[in-house]
Design a binder for this molecule. Structure first.
Ligand code: 3NM
Length: 218
């Protein structure tokens, strides 16, 4: 798998990100619209736990598998191992990427959230396959984010690591993500611009077609 290509339109979702929409329907629409990777992120208020979380993860994984969309689990390494997910994404307050690598083995994908060049270096040394950098813009989806970072940290990381896969996150939409790609990101991570869209499939198609234009121009 080419990680940079998988990061292009990286959809992240949990059951509490979908408003009145049925979460599995939102995911299927996102897949049909052209997402290139999916992160299962069951966190925050009213998140599912225990068996319900596990079942929901398996259902999401099934939809992704049918479409060959890589399936990444946020934070929960044990769940990822149990269901055979393609990888794990960890934040700065979660398990260290090196520990996750030991648990998962060499053939799985590990992503790490980073906010500074320093954190990027540490994640890369610890064996991450990609880093997620943000928040580019303000977001109301995650309440405990770092301060809005803009694109500077991406630019700095890109200058030091010319080829390392980077995905941007935070407040990204079809009409505002271009600066993140121009700064050096390979793709965009999106929650609300897909999960809260009136029509998630059309919203994804718009992100994917805009991405093609932005990458050609970059
Ligand atoms: N992590 P939306 S921002 C999960 O900055 C997450 O590390 C962030 O949601 C970070 O696309 C964020 O709706 C939420 O803004 C992204």
């Amino acid at each position: 798998m080419n990680i940079k290509e998988a990061l292009r339109i990286y959809f992240i979702m949990g059951s509490n990100n979908c408003g009145s929409h049925e979460p599995l329907d939102v995911l299927q629409q996102a897949i049909d619209g052209g997402i290139t990777m999916f992160q299962f992120r069951e966190k925050g208020d009213d998140a599912l736990t225990g068996e319900a979380k596990k079942q929901f993860a398996r259902d999401c994984f099934r939809l992704c598998k049918q479409a060959n969309v890589p399936f990444i689990v946020n934070d929960d390494v044990d769940l990822a191992i149990e269901i055979g997910a393609d990888g794990v994404h960890v934040g700065q307050d979660d398990l260290d990427a090196g520990v996750v690598r030991q648990k998962l083995g060499s053939d799985k994908i590990i992503g790490v959230s980073s906010h500074t060049l320093q954190e990027s270096k540490a994640a890369i040394e610890a064996g991450a396959d990609y880093i997620g950098m943000g928040p580019i813009y303000a977001t109301t989806t995650k309440l405990d984010t770092n301060p809005v970072a803009g694109t500077k940290a991406i630019q700095e990381t890109r200058q030091h690591f010319a080829q390392f896969p980077i995905v941007a996150i935070g407040g990204l939409q079809a009409d505002n993500f271009a600066p993140a790609i121009e700064a050096g990101a390979d793709g965009i991570s999106i929650i609300s611009a897909i999960a809260s869209a009136p029509n998630p499939k059309e919203a994804t198609e718009k992100l994917a077609s805009t991405m093609k234009e932005v990458i050609n121009d970059a």
